[in-house]
Design a protein around this ligand. Structure first.
Ligand code: IMP
Ligand code: MG
Length: 183
């Protein structure tokens, strides 16, 4: 039997596109209300945060600028190792700016606890975190989520930016993915 045979997966919808985007709109309104009279700099954590940030920013009613950053936890697959590496840093300084970090999901908290400390050291005027999803059951490091979309159970999630081996990011909804036994 071929070793690289495609596995079979089942994806079950957990949060519909409509519910998700309604919640993202509410989050955008909340961020806008909290930052009246300011310019907010959204920092998207690639790649997963891109879909969320695009949608969030479209609903914001105050001036917004955007930046992108890419980080990787050493090791691949579904387990986070706790060691974080910046693979693409920001293009612009964040000193004196009102920053909101935009992330797809907070799982163990390793990535964001590291990243928020690092960004704090660059002296932004304010620093907040918006997470589309929160998976609290697996938390190792505490992370303060200022704007949270939905809590999700301890299952592997795909869609709306979230991937399994780089696939399924483009699903317009949030789903749980399970591997099916070979037929
Ligand atoms: P953390 O450092 O464990 O909080 O997780 C950081 C990253 O792991 C997230 O930004 C996601 O890219 C990825 N991740 C965690 N849980 C899931 C999941 O259920 N599906 C897809 N990616 C996930
Ligand atoms: Mg990721």
């Amino acid at each position: 039997m071929a070793e690289n045979q495609e596995k079979n997966y089942r994806i079950t919808e957990l949060i519909s596109q409509e519910r998700l985007e309604q919640r993202i709109k509410e989050m955008a309104e909340e961020i806008s209300a909290n930052h009246q009279g300011q310019v907010v700099h959204l920092i998207c954590i690639l790649k997963g945060g891109a879909y969320f940030m695009t949608q969030l920013s479209k609903y914001m009613t105050i001036p917004v600028t955007v930046g992108f950053m890419s980080v990787s936890s050493y090791g691949s697959g579904t387990v986070s190792s706790g060691v974080v590496k910046i693979t693409k840093d920001l293009d612009d300084s964040i000193e004196g700016r009102h920053v909101v970090v935009v992330e797809d999901i907070i799982d163990t908290g390793n990535t964001l606890s590291y990243l928020l400390e690092l960004l704090k050291g660059r002296n932004p005027a304010s620093l907040e975190l918006a997470a589309m999803l929160n998976k609290p059951d697996r938390r190792i490091r505490e992370v303060k989520i200022d704007y949270c979309g939905f809590g999700v159970p301890d299952q592997f999630i795909v869609g709306y930016g979230l991937d399994l081996d780089e696939k399924y990011r483009n699903l317009p909804y949030i789903g749980v993915i399970e591997e099916l036994p070979e037929a």
